[in-house]
Design a protein around this ligand. Structure first.
Ligand SMILES: [Zn+2]
Length: 119
């Protein structure tokens, strides 16, 4: 059974809710870290705390990025342009959309751009 773009719209709506919840939890954790970081008597505790903050900051960025991509995908759906590659304007393979419903790029463009980013 092949997933249709209409079905993926429902998936995107669910993902938006999931990512929003995740982002809120991460922001809450960051807020608590920000106010809670003080001096403790144990250096090891401080190191752990700094490590936790680093992890939170990068997961926060990733969560914001995912949510933005989902919102862009929903906007494209409403404009009737969902599943069109941002880079080359060709249809993105439905199997790729099933795997990552919020991807803005087709596989070959994603590979090409990732390749360029590494140079
Ligand atoms: Zn493309």
């Amino acid at each position: 059974m092949t997933t249709t773009k209409a079905e993926l719209y429902g998936v995107l709506l669910d993902l938006r809710t999931t990512f929003q919840t995740q982002l809120e939890q991460l922001e809450m954790a960051e807020l608590l870290d920000g106010t809670g970081t003080g001096y403790t008597n144990h250096q090891a505790d401080d190191a752990t705390m700094v490590f936790d903050q680093t992890v939170n900051a990068s997961s926060l960025l990733a969560a914001r990025n995912r949510l933005r991509l989902v919102e862009e995908a929903l906007a494209k759906h409403e404009a009737g342009r969902y599943g069109i590659c941002d880079n080359c304007g060709r249809e993105i393979d439905i199997a790729r959309l099933e795997a990552i419903p919020y991807t803005p790029l087709c596989l070959s463009c994603a590979e090409a751009l990732e390749y360029q980013a590494r140079i």
